[in-house]
Write a protein that binds this ligand. Structure first.
Ligand code: ADP
Ligand code: ZN
Length: 594
């Protein structure tokens, strides 16, 4: 509705300005002959002018041939004296004024313009949460989209059928709240959607609004928590007030963890502002009945850190997990997004779905979009092919290529050798994920990359699989050592990851013989906990176990790489020649050099 008024006012103003311009530039009829005043008086004297019309000091007349004349007289009351004397018939008219409406309008134009501009900017600012902050002070910045306008339906959300099943009931309720309250059914007030980022939580909430045809308010938890104390709480109040006015409706709070973090946990000392906001949220949720037709849907990817108070009955007591899609789900999501683009007939979504384990819905959508963009950039009106999707996948997985980065030959050699080390280790270790692609084209922060793709979705990992990963991570550094007798900082990130993984294997997954099956998850105690949870002796043991795990991975890798030096060097050379090699190339290199 707001947009309707905005449009209307824009058209009104354009229309009015048009009228003014037409009036200003309206051409006078140009067949009037100008006569100067002296001539005019002469003609009066000659008696050739029988009658005249005076309008202000403009005098017009018509001669016997029907020609029109005009003259301008001096501003002087004596003007008429000679005319009267000569007996001319004088018709005096009131000077022509602009239409009253135009006149009023013209005097108001500046005001209208100012008001219009003010509206325009404050509204824009309010929506984007930027500029018009001063005006929107304390007002909830929830955006209202009329239910009819949220065109998203359940069919647009693919691969999360179980979550959808759990939410159908909410749609039915919103469509006809009275039916439920008559039956005495208890409907949850709040639904918490949790899962990895980009799995479609926002999309689901919008789809519920779309299916039920109710308004959808959305706000992000981080919007609540602002610099000024008290703003967050008043935002929450406003949000609920608006929501109740528009019931039945959906209030969607994204990133609820920003406000709803466990009150005792997290960053040094309490955050008063956040706590006040959270309290207000709890008060509001308790303050209305479930049958009022307002449903609060919140989304988070950190359900574990939420304050338990939020999850109590009568608040977010319904929790729905929105998982990363599996192979079938990914295929469906790809197909949903493929509808929007031109796809070549060689594209097989099933194969693409298989090659994108771990991708979220957002990443898949992103990939399809990226592919469409690549085609559009070429501008030859072509369609999206398998090849292009493969390129788009790389881009989504590793960030855009940075071909312009200048790298010295020496650096390039080291990078090639480093990546070959990762790739060869992965190739040689039985049970490791297959190597998909190796490249020394810098992407994002990395100078090179070795990509492995698991053959299927993995929900848990065996110890041998994780040990292989330690080896593969170390492969880069060890290859450098073997080839150059020196090492570089390029392996810094690998070493970070090795240490992290090894520590987790020992402390969280009970995978060290020395330590046994005990977890030390809380080796770093929660803030405020008095003293460490583990004894100094145990800490030493853990360190020892982590070290020996890494050492044994190091030895294994070194054996593999030094035993296959020829292949390592050939692979390095291939990378230097081609920059990117894929599974097939590696197969060939290994065959030719062993
Ligand atoms: P979340 O809120 O879980 O972080 P979003 O709902 O914002 O994720 O998802 C971002 C985008 O990714 C969506 O707008 C949509 O284009 C795409 N997307 C994510 N999940 C799905 C899905 N299950 N089906 C279709 N598209 C999806
Ligand atoms: Zn590396």
């Amino acid at each position: 509705m707001k947009y309707f008024y905005k449009n209307l006012s824009i058209w009104l103003i354009i229309g009015l300005i048009g009228i003014v311009l037409i009036n200003v530039f309206k051409k006078p009829p140009d067949d009037i002959i100008h006569v100067n005043y002296t001539d005019f008086l002469k003609r009066i004297d000659q008696g050739v002018i029988p009658d005249i019309k005076m309008e202000g000091n403009v005098i017009t007349w018509t001669n016997s041939n029907g020609e029109s004349f005009k003259t301008v007289s001096p501003d002087n009351p004596t003007t008429v004296a000679p005319l009267l004397k000569s007996g001319v018939n004088i018709e005096v008219r009131e000077p022509k004024k602009p239409h009253w409406f135009l006149q009023t309008f013209l005097s108001w134009v500046p005001f209208l313009l100012i008001i219009f501009l003010w509206f325009f900017f404050t509204q824009q600012g309010g929506e984007k949460g930027g500029g018009g902050k001063a005006m929107a002070f304390g007002k909830s910045r929830a955006r209202l989209i009329d239910g009819q306008e949220s065109k998203i339906k359940f069919k647009d959300v693919a691969g999360v059928d179980e979550a959808k099943d759990e939410l159908v009931e909410i749609v039915d309720f919103l469509k006809d709240p009275s039916r439920f309250s008559e039956a005495g059914a208890r409907i949850p007030k709040g639904v918490l959607l949790y899962g990895e980022p980009g799995t479609g939580k926002t999309l689901l909430a919008k789809a519920i609004a779309g299916e039920a045809g109710v308004p959808f308010f959305s706000i992000s938890g981080s919007n609540f928590v602002e610099m000024y104390v008290g703003i967050g709480a008043s935002r929450v109040r406003d949000l609920f007030k608006e929501g109740k006015k528009k019931a039945p409706c959906i209030i969607f709070i994204d990133e609820i963890d920003a406000v709803g973090r466990h009150r005792s946990a997290g960053g040094g000392g309490g955050n008063d502002e956040r706590e006040q906001t959270l309290n207000q949220l709890l008060v509001e949720m308790d303050g209305f009945e479930g049958n009022e037709g307002v449903i609060i849907i919140a989304a988070t990817n950190r359900q574990d850190i939420l304050d338990p108070a939020l999850l109590r009955p009568g608040r977010f007591d319904r929790q729905v997990m929105v998982p990363l899609p599996d192979v079938g789900g990914r295929e469906q999501i790809l197909k949903v997004h493929a509808q929007k683009i031109q796809v070549h007939s060689d594209v097989n979504w099933k194969i693409i779905a298989k090659g994108t384990p771990g991708f979220s819905g957002a990443e898949l959508a992103n990939m399809v979009n990226e592919a469409a963009l690549m085609v559009a950039r070429k501008g030859d009106g072509g369609k999206v092919t398998m090849d292009i999707i493969e390129k788009a996948k790389d881009k989504v997985m590793m960030g855009a290529e940075r071909r312009s980065l200048i790298i010295t030959d020496k650096e390039k050699k080291i990078t090639a050798c480093h990546e070959a080390g990762h790739a060869l280790t992965a190739w040689m270790l039985p049970g490791a994920d297959p190597v998909h692609k190796v490249t020394i084209i810098p992407r994002g922060k990395a100078l090179g990359l070795t990509m492995q793709l698991p053959e299927e979705d993995k929900l848990s990992h065996s110890k041998s699989y994780l040990f292989n990963n330690l080896c593969i991570l170390l492969g880069g550094r060890i290859a450098e050592e073997l080839a150059f007798g020196d090492v570089t900082t390029g392996a810094g990130n690998d070493i970070d990851r090795v240490s992290d993984l090894a520590r987790k294997m020992v402390c969280e997954w009970g995978m060290s013989e020395e330590i046994g099956t005990i977890t030390f998850k809380s080796a770093s105690p929660a803030p405020g906990y008095p003293g460490p949870l583990i004894s100094e002796a145990t800490a030493k043991e853990i360190d020892g176990a982590v070290k020996s795990l890494i050492n044994s991975a190091y030895e294994t890798t070194k054996k593999i790489l030094s035993g296959n030096r020829k292949i390592l060097d050939a692979m390095t050379q291939a990378l230097l020649d081609h920059e990117t090699i894929i599974t097939e190339d590696i197969k060939k290199i290994v065959k030719e050099n062993s």
